[in-house]
Design a binder for this molecule. Structure first.
Ligand SMILES: [Zn+2]
Length: 192
């Protein structure tokens, strides 16, 4: 399990450093659950938390990040990465779900937030259904202080799974709200 880094006590007027955490993995790996776990713990500590997700992800409820086991947390759906800078204000922690769907500006936005002293936690698919790196995830992983790759269980053989296998012939990279069309598979079974 990811353990938050310990930062030394700072002088009262001294600004804390920010940092970036990436939670990545395939579908059904528990990425969103892990994001919610970290955000809820920050909330319990009375830190100001803002949560964003791409507006195109309309699965389940419009306003909530909902992980597949229905742990819920309120989030703001937004159209472009720039809106995150405008809306994150004076919060301590910024959470972003489904970050692989954002435009390429997301990398600079996340960097700017961390540079301004915020803890930024992003969660997203590291690979698409073809096993290729998804969107800006590689760049986000490069600039992050901490990366956690979570895994699913292969539906075919029960080994550790890190691929999102698409069961239909559709070829577009983004197929929203279609979780039934995927299953988690290990490397061997993904290439069957
Ligand atoms: Zn397998």
């Amino acid at each position: 399990m990811f353990i938050e880094p310990y930062h030394n006590q700072h002088q009262q007027n001294e600004k804390r450093t920010g940092w970036i955490e990436v939670v990545c993995g395939s579908m059904f790996s528990g990425k969103t659950e892990e994001l919610i776990r970290r955000l809820n713990r920050a909330k319990i500590a009375k830190q100001k938390v803002e949560i964003f997700k791409p507006a195109l992800d309309t699965r389940y409820h419009e306003e909530n990040i909902v992980s597949h086991n229905s742990l819920m947390i309120r989030s703001t759906p937004i159209q472009s990465s720039q809106e995150i800078l405008l809306l994150s204000g004076d919060c301590d922690v910024v959470g972003i779900d489904e970050v692989q769907f954002f435009d390429s500006g997301i990398v600079e936005v996340v960097n700017n937030l961390a540079n301004s002293g915020k803890r930024v936690i992003v969660a997203g698919l590291d690979m698409d259904f073809q096993g290729k790196p998804f969107g800006e995830m590689p760049a986000l992983m490069a600039i992050a202080e901490y990366i956690t790759k979570v895994h699913a269980v292969c539906v075919v053989c029960g080994d550790v799974a890190n691929y999102s296998y698409r069961k239909t012939a559709a070829q577009e990279q983004v197929m929203l709200g279609e979780t039934d069309s995927y299953e988690a598979r290990c490397r061997k079974c993904f290439h069957l």
